[in-house]
Design a protein around this ligand. Structure first.
Ligand code: NI
Length: 266
């Protein structure tokens, strides 16, 4: 079994390779003298019996990650859990799943056919969280799925890989304030997700978040290469609870809007 550090480094490398824009923003912060820690890494899946949150979580629990909070997103038909490591420097892992019993028969049957193509060995592999797309997929089918669920279409196109990494704002020196950070990121030419406002959450929620909009990247489908939204980069600032400790959970109303960072531009 590889070390947790190695697994997280490999996930970061996979994410940067797919999303050069996120790596450029990371490099801008480090060139400003900042040390960038990750607040959390987000993964997406379907709640199919062979997949589901646990299929991904099992690989992190082996390193000591513990389930903490859970969240429901009624409109998007998603359910999520977050996991924390005893070492607070390690990123939290946020795993969401599409609730297949709530989507249309078309989406459910399409996903069932995709899942049938995954070998068990892939799900059990310690690198499942960055295994990529294990099924055949056409751009036509991707587009059809996206009409009902942007989330389903994203997982159908990319399979299993980090959806986003998140900069821990509290650990930054010059950009310790989310307003300052947002203005700086925009000044470098990046677009932020404006759904629900650029800043999701308030200090009274104990969590403020913002994110870039995922830039379009070319993806190879069985019917040709097409550019579609990839991954985004997120920024999170946490506030202390009454006990003095920083809040470590998530705010469902904020995360609901953050999910839209991978929506296609209409
Ligand atoms: Ni996130």
């Amino acid at each position: 079994m590889m070390s947790l550090e190695t697994l997280l480094e490999k996930m970061w490398a996979d994410y940067c390779q797919l999303n050069p824009a996120a790596k450029r923003i990371y490099d801008i912060f480090t060139s400003e003298g900042e040390t960038v820690l990750n607040d959390h890494i987000a993964l997406r899946t379907f709640n199919h019996p062979r997949l589901g949150i646990e299929s991904l979580a099992q690989h992190f629990k082996k390193y000591g990650y513990v389930e903490k909070g859970d969240y429901t997103f009624v409109e998007k038909k998603l359910y999520a859990k977050h996991y924390e490591h005893p070492n607070e420097k390690m990123p939290k892992i946020f795993i969401s799943e599409l609730e297949l019993e709530k989507v249309s028969p078309f989406v459910r049957e399409t996903v069932n056919k995709l899942v049938d193509q995954i070998p068990d060995s892939m799900i059990q592999n310690e690198a499942f969280a960055m295994a990529g797309r294990p099924w055949k997929m056409t751009y036509a089918l991707y587009s059809e799925l996206a009409k009902e669920s942007e989330y389903a279409s994203w997982v159908a196109a990319y399979g299993f890989r980090p959806n986003h990494f998140t900069v821990n704002i509290n650990n930054l020196k010059k950009f310790n304030d989310i307003h300052t950070l947002n203005e700086f990121v925009k000044s470098k030419g990046y677009t932020l997700n404006k759904s629900g406002g650029e800043i999701k959450g308030t200090p009274t929620d104990y969590l403020e978040q913002s994110s870039t909009m995922a830039s379009e990247i070319p993806v190879s489908f069985d019917d040709g290469t097409h550019s579609i939204p990839g991954c985004y980069y997120e920024f999170a600032k946490r506030y202390p609870l009454a006990n003095g400790k920083l809040y470590q959970g998530f705010v469902a109303a904020s995360a609901d809007k953050i999910f839209e960072s991978t929506n296609r531009v209409k």
